[in-house]
Design a protein around this ligand. Structure first.
Ligand code: DX5
Ligand code: ZN
Length: 212
C-alpha cells in the first residue's frame, strides 16, 4: 500500500519545508491537487509549483488535475516533473486522447470520477490507464467526510480489472482506511489526516497500521 500525502492543506508560503518534512515522515507519494476555479470551486496552483517542488523530494509527484481543460496543460505539468498525471473523466476532451497525451509526454496516466459519475463509464479506458482514482468526496476541498458508498466502485474495478491499481481520495483517516483497503484500494490519498498534525511521521505510521 502507498500513502499519497496531499499538500492541499499545507502552508503554501512554506511549501518547501512541508514537502521535505513529508518526505522524511515516510510519505510514499506527494499528491498535488491542481484546481482551476472552474472544474471545481477552488483555485490552487499550476505547473510552476510542480517545477519548484521537483528538486525537494525523490518521491513520485502524483498530480491530480481538477481542471476543465487537461489537454491544454498536461505537457507543462510533465515537463515540470509530474510522475503520475490523473485527469477527470468529466473534464473536456476525448479521454483516450488525453491518456495518449500523458503517455507520449512520459508520465503514468490516471483517470478519475467524481462521486456522482458511475464507475462503469470508465470501462473503455481501463486497458489504457495505469491507475484509477476514485473520489470519495466531492472534489475541491480537503477535510470532508469519507463517503463509504464509493467503495462499491472500488469493488467493481477490482472485478473488472484486478491488476489495475486503485487510488482513493477524500476523507481517508485511521477510521476509514481499513474499509478502503479491504475493498481493494492500493494507494490512499491523505490530506488533513497528516498535514496540520503535530507529528507527520506518527500520522503516516497511524494510517499504515490502521490499513492492516
Ligand atoms: C479534494 C482533493 C483531495 C484532498 C484530500 O478535492 O482532491 O486530495 O486534499 O484531503 P482530505 O484527506 O483532507 O480529504
Ligand atoms: Zn486529490
Amino acid at each position: 500500500m502507498k500513502i499519497a500525502v496531499s499538500i492541499l492543506g499545507a502552508n503554501f508560503a512554506d511549501l518547501g519545508t512541508e514537502v521535505r518534512q513529508l518526505d522524511r515522515a515516510g510519505a510514499d507519494w506527494v499528491h498535488v491537487d491542481v484546481m482551476d476555479g472552474h472544474f471545481v470551486p477552488n483555485i490552487t496552483f499550476g505547473p510552476n509549483m510542480v517545477h519548484s517542488l521537483r528538486p525537494l523530494t525523490e518521491k513520485p509527484l502524483d498530480v491530480h488535475l481538477m481542471i476543465s481543460q487537461p489537454q491544454a496543460y498536461i505537457p507543462q505539468f510533465i515537463q515540470a516533473g509530474a510522475d503520475v498525471v490523473t485527469f477527470h473523466l468529466e473534464a473536456e476532451g476525448d479521454p483516450a486522447q488525453t491518456i495518449q497525451q500523458i503517455h507520449a509526454a512520459g508520465a503514468k496516466a490516471g483517470i478519475s470520477v467524481k462521486p456522482g459519475t458511475p464507475v462503469t463509464a470508465l470501462r473503455p479506458y481501463l486497458s489504457q490507464v495505469d491507475m484509477v482514482l476514485i473520489m470519495s468526496v466531492e472534489p475541491g476541498f480537503g477535510g470532508q467526510k469519507f463517503n463509504p458508498a464509493m467503495l462499491e466502485k472500488v469493488r467493481w474495478l477490482k472485478k473488472e480489472a484486478p491488476q489495475l491499481p486503485v487510488e482513493i481520495d477524500g476523507g481517508i483517516n485511521p477510521d476509514t482506511i481499513h474499509a478502503a483497503a479491504e475493498a481493494g484500494v492500493e494507494i490512499f490519498v491523505a490530506g488533513s489526516a497528516i498535514v496540520g498534525k503535530a507529528d507527520y511521521k506518527a500520522a503516516v505510521t497511524a494510517l499504515h497500521r490502521a490499513s492492516e
